[in-house]
Design a protein around this ligand. Sequence first.
Ligand code: SF4
Ligand code: SF4
Ligand code: SF4
Length: 316
Amino acid sequence: MPVKIAGESLNACSGCEISLLDMGENFLKLLEVVQIVHLPLLMDSKHIENLQNAQVLELPKADIGLVSGSIKTRENLQLALAMRESCDFIIGMGTCATHGGIPALANSYTNEQIMTCCFKTDNTDETDRFPTELVPGLLESCHALDEKIKVDFYLPGCPPHPDHLFNLICALEKGEDYVLPEKSVCDNCSAQREGIGEVTNLKRPLKLPDWKDSQDLENPDQFKCFIEQGFLCMGPVTRDGCGGDKDLARCITAGMPCRGCYGPIQHQGNQKLGILNALSSNGIDIGSLPEMVSLLRFSGGHGRLRPISLKSRKHK
Ligand code: SF4
Ligand code: SF4
Ligand code: SF4
């Protein structure tokens, strides 16, 4: 009997599902041992149109449930609960599901501020009310998946690397354990590190980094650590893995600092506190950060980000 897989996308961008397709030939190998019974972004599954009035949302039973996205609307919550009910094993797929991801940046605003920004701007027609009919209501906060349902496996990444998706599903199909390493992007970065330098203020990322000898992007040991050059790099506080089986951090090999998309190294970690600590340890004045909300740009779920006044936005 093939292993049955179901998938749902909550408050998400569909990038995680594209990562499934990005497996390439491995996706075809996977289809030899699994059966996809429900995955609206990749196959024809009709249930959304009945969602508004459905008291109980029934999804096909599956052994493995892939759930991408965070939970911000009542519809997201209803789908998450239905997936938990219909799937034996839930994978939180992607950093939105594991830590709130980009959508959880909304947590630094109230719902009133968000709706005002969308529906009462200089460029929109004047309105005296926000839409309430035929749209799912907003929850007060944007939640990571495990704030609302039990999650059996966390697969972070924005999106997760296709190799990890493939390896994880294959391991589950064989009844084997699968463990992602708990190490940082820095642990796997061969940039030259010389200790605390003379740089004390962060530079605008628009400035080019200094390359040691050449711009050979396949050999990151040819350049000096971004933080030591004064560029914000989230490598010290971000879980390694974005390179998949190739094991090279994607942004670093592209000549860009890490933005933190794999979330904290340990599930409960706090990327904001961690990077402030790392910057200070490198002699960088944290007062030179232009703002601090985006230090949690991938992990603002679990109550980490809260609405703040515009006045104090820089220092929160
Ligand atoms: S984790 Fe990234 S790729 Fe996946 S749904 Fe969220 S924003 Fe999209
Ligand atoms: S801070 Fe960035 S550039 Fe420096 S070692 Fe870590 S990942 Fe590499
Ligand atoms: S280097 Fe950092 S931001 Fe870039 S893909 Fe890897 S974890 Fe994500």
